[in-house]
Design a protein around this ligand. Structure first.
Ligand code: NAD
Ligand code: UDP
Ligand code: UDP
Length: 454
């Protein structure tokens, strides 16, 4: 056992010695290897230095120039691109400015209505005088409004402040052709309304008020919508009952110059009640009396616009006939109140919507002259055919069933309207300035140039 231990110690000593010898040998060998690698690199560097020294200095300069060409080209491209970007940015700003002047970014604030209360409403003739004010009211109340108009007497400008609004849609459509939409309510106002306009194309006036009304009643029938027909005091013709109440059947010449409108509206009423009785369509009929206010058409030839424009331009104020005929004038916001109240009511028979304060046309001419000032003379011209001699609504039905009566005094409404026409006149004069023709036309060669200038 003792011997064995001794032998083991000797063997361990021997192994340790062998390991030490191997380790020493390896370390020495590695150092040798590194040394030879370093020597090799040093030799290479020396060789490179020698070969660089052999190259001519001119050749080196040339190489450096060639190397610099790449960044030069990039810088030029970059400058060109920057210039182009700046040009495009300028163009974009100009286009944005143009668009901003036409489509306001900030729409009037509309009420929020939840899904249950928000209605989808079609307004035919919504780009006209009354229609555009009604559209304003319905939009501000938070409804979705679709205007269908053929722009015969209406203008896009009347509703342009809503174009682009998520609740608004403007459809260029002639109501004599069918229209397929999904709506909850229809205000059917499409029809020329002033005597010169509806007499301009009497056949079209009849078609609009008959075929157009059938289409709207057909649409209402299909989708179960309620429809309000804009009728008129003209259904009473040249009345022999005064004031006119809804029970009066009227006194209309069926073949005279006004018949296209008067009889057209009477048929529209007849159609409404036929669709109500036969098809169960929910109808409302508003008999509208003379209405005035901003956005009346400049050339509609009605007494309010004619007298104001004549006074503003110091032209003669033209009375047709002796001026003893009467009218009663309501301001447009009162009419809109009445239309909305009627649509919301349960009352289905016709309702007069008008201001019962009556004036002779003679009085009215003096009132306008006084309000506007100026040097206009009041002159009498020949009377017009079938001109109704007296007109004043009995509004007891509207008071009773709609709790409605006009609020705006004539003088207040006229002030707003005069201010509107004054502005319109300035606008028209401005647009007549032929700067475009005289200054720039010579330099423009083709259509493209002209359009680019706009
Ligand atoms: P308006 O001429 O200003 O508006 C009528 C609108 O109907 C216009 O936008 C016109 O382009 C459009 N229109 C005409 N024919 C059309 C067609 N075939 N298809 C589509 N659109 C068509 O007249 P307004 O004074 O605003 O009158 C509106 C409604 O009220 C009319 O129905 C009119 O008979 C009735 N009304 C008005 C008055 C009044 O004093 N303003 C009085 C009585 C009745
Ligand atoms: N109409 C329309 N839109 C509709 C439904 C009907 O314009 O959504 C028109 C259609 O052109 C039709 C008219 O309304 O001629 C009358 O419709 P109605 O259903 O009373 O008559 P019909 O189609 O049976 O002749
Ligand atoms: N009128 C007038 N001078 C005019 C325009 C109209 O005297 O320049 C008269 C017209 O003869 C009528 C009244 O004013 O008696 C109202 O005419 P408007 O055309 O405004 O509407 P109406 O009620 O006849 O549809």
């Amino acid at each position: 056992m003792f011997l064995t231990q001794r032998k083991m110690k000797q063997a361990a000593f021997f192994i340790v010695c062998v390991l030490l010898v191997i380790g020493f040998y390896k370390g020495w060998a590695k150092t040798e290897e590194e040394q030879s690698f370093n020597d090799k690199r040093l030799r290479q560097i020396k060789q490179n230095e020698d070969s660089l020294n052999e190259i001519e200095p001119e050749a080196i300069e040339k190489m450096m120039e060639m190397d610099n060409d790449v960044p030069y080209i990039e810088i030029n491209d970059l400058q060109e691109a920057n210039t182009r970007i700046r040009e495009l940015e300028d163009k974009l700003h100009r286009i944005e400015a143009k668009i901003e002047s036409r489509v306001p970014k900030n729409f009037p604030t509309v009420k929020f209505l939840n899904y249950k209360n928000r209605k989808r409403i079609l307004v035919t003739g919504g780009a006209g005088f009354v229609g555009s004010h009604l559209v304003d009211r319905l939009m501000l109340a938070g409804h979705e409004v679709i205007v269908a108009d053929n722009f015969f007497t209406g203008r896009k400008r009347n509703v342009e402040h809503w174009v682009g609004h998520e609740n608004f849609e403007l459809v260029h459509h002639d109501i004599v052709r069918p229209l397929y939409l999904e709506v909850d309510e229809i205000y059917h106002l499409a029809s020329p309304a002033s005597p010169p306009h509806y007499m301009h194309n009497p056949v079209k006036t009849i078609k609009t008020n008959t075929v157009g009304t059938i289409n709207m009643l057909g649409l209402a029938k299909r989708v179960g919508a309620r429809v309000l027909i804009a009728s008129t005091s003209e259904v009473y013709g040249d009345p022999d009952e005064h004031p006119q109440s809804e029970t009066y059947w009227g006194h209309v010449n069926p073949i005279g110059p006004r018949a296209c409108y008067d009889e057209g509206k009477r048929v529209a009423e007849t159609l409404s009640y036929a669709y109500m009785r036969q098809e169960g369509v929910s109808v409302r009929v508003a008999r509208i009396f003379n209405t005035f206010g901003p956005r009346m058409h400049m050339n509609d030839g009605r007494v309010v616009s004619n007298f104001i424009l004549q006074a503003l331009q110091n032209d003669s104020i033209t009375i047709y006939g002796n001026g003893k005929q009467t009218r009663s004038f309501q301001y447009v916001s009162d009419l809109v109140d009445g239309l909305v109240a009627l649509m919301g009511s349960n009352y289905t028979l016709p309702v007069n919507i008008g201001n019962p304060i009556e004036h002779t046309i003679e009085e009215f001419a003096s009132m306008i002259k006084e309000l506007v000032g100026g040097t206009s003379k009041i002159v009498e011209l020949a009377a017009v055919e079938d001109d109704p001699q007296r007109r004043k609504p009995d509004i007891s039905r509207a008071k009773k069933y709609l709790d409605w009566e006009p609020k705006v005094p004539l003088s207040e409404g006229l002030e707003q309207t005069v201010a509107y026409f004054r502005k319109e006149l300035q606008r028209t004069k401005h647009s007549q300035k032929d700067e475009f023709e005289t200054k720039t036309k010579a330099s423009l060669k083709n259509d493209h140039d002209i359009i680019e200038q706009l």
